[in-house]
Design a binder for this molecule. Structure first.
Ligand code: GDP
Length: 304
């Protein structure tokens, strides 16, 4: 939690400390509530989530008869955690399957617009799984960004995972197919596929990502489609996410670059807007900077 606090320092001072300061000041008049609302909006919680939080908070404070700053803090903590859907299933499904007595790898597709941190996230996730003793194979199906396959290969060496890559400009679906086939043949535990992330047109994306998924499903079940969103892109990121989730069944969101932004409030909107839980958060560029998302730890770090 100390580490999380450090990484969230920008959001913590803008959002957490901002709210605590306003709430702790004692009697809250309409001006104070407006300031609370502004603080939430500036931190990118969006209009409807902000309204909901303010309403709940007002109600909690009056029902509980809150008097001290400490009581106010507890009420705020509870309301924020509740907004994050604390009981959502956030486990990344990366366990192999038993299919007719043979081991079949879990398949995880990692999707997102280029620049969001997709390749980095794929590498970091591989590292987490390898550290748990799993055998991982990486598929470099982002064939449109020239450096992506090299970058993934570097990760593969760093974490100790095999990589399957295609020629530059190769069809992403064929690389994904080859990677999953290799994974099935060699009996690894999980295949993580870094997919192409162009969002020129919705149709283009639909063709690419939809095709990747369909082709991969000829070989093995797709367990997860993780959508990588850059937390610093705010409402634009959410708009992207809506397009993605219309194209494929997104099963979880990875929110990256939370370390560099005061707008960490986007976390509070994702599940409400998309109906998909945030499963992982990116907290830096380093290999260990990927963490499972836990609402209470997140809120405690924000308010800490
Ligand atoms: P892709 O185009 O989506 O595959 O993006 P990359 O994986 O190449 O990442 C783009 C940039 O974002 C790189 O410089 C990464 O190091 C950086 N990055 C990725 N995740 C995080 C994160 O959680 N925090 C920070 N600060 N940077 C990140």
């Amino acid at each position: 939690i100390e580490r999380l606090r450090g990484r969230l320092s920008k959001s913590r001072s803008a959002l957490g400390q901002g709210l605590l300061g306003l709430l702790g000041a004692g009697d809250l008049d309409e001006d104070s509530w407006e300031e609370i609302e502004d603080t939430l909006l500036v931190a990118d919680l969006g209009a409807s989530t902000t309204t909901e939080i303010v309403e709940r908070l007002r109600e909690e404070l009056s029902v509980r008869g809150v008097r001290t700053p400490e009581d106010a803090r507890t009420a705020l903590r509870d309301v924020l955690i509740q907004t994050l859907t604390p009981d959502a299933d956030r486990a990344v499904r990366a366990l192999p399957h038993d299919v007719d007595g043979a081991k079949q790898p879990a398949v995880v597709l990692v999707a997102g617009v280029n620049g969001t941190g997709k390749t980095t996230t794929t590498g970091k996730l591989a590292r987490v799984l390898v550290a748990q003793g799993r055998q991982v194979l990486l598929g470099a199906a982002d064939t449109f960004r020239a450096a992506a396959a090299d970058q993934l290969e570097t990760w593969s060496q760093r974490v100790g995972a095999e990589v399957v890559r295609g020629k530059e400009g190769a069809d992403p679906a064929s690389v994904a197919f080859d990677a999953v086939k290799r994974g099935v043949d060699s009996g690894v535990d999980a295949v993580l596929v870094d997919t192409a992330g162009r969002l020129h047109t919705k149709t283009g994306l639909m063709d690419e990502l939809g095709k990747v998924k369909r082709v991969v499903e000829k070989q093995a079940k797709v367990d997860e489609v993780l959508l990588v969103l850059d937390a610093t892109t705010g409402q634009n990121g959410l708009a992207q996410a809506r397009v993605f989730s219309e194209v494929v069944d997104v099963t979880g969101v990875v929110l990256t670059k939370l370390d560099g932004t005061a707008k960490g409030g986007i976390v509070f909107q994702v599940q409400r807007e998309l109906g998909v839980p945030v499963k992982l958060v990116g907290l830096g560029e380093g290999p260990d900077d990927l963490a499972p998302f836990e609402p209470s730890a997140f809120v405690d770090a924000l308010l800490g």
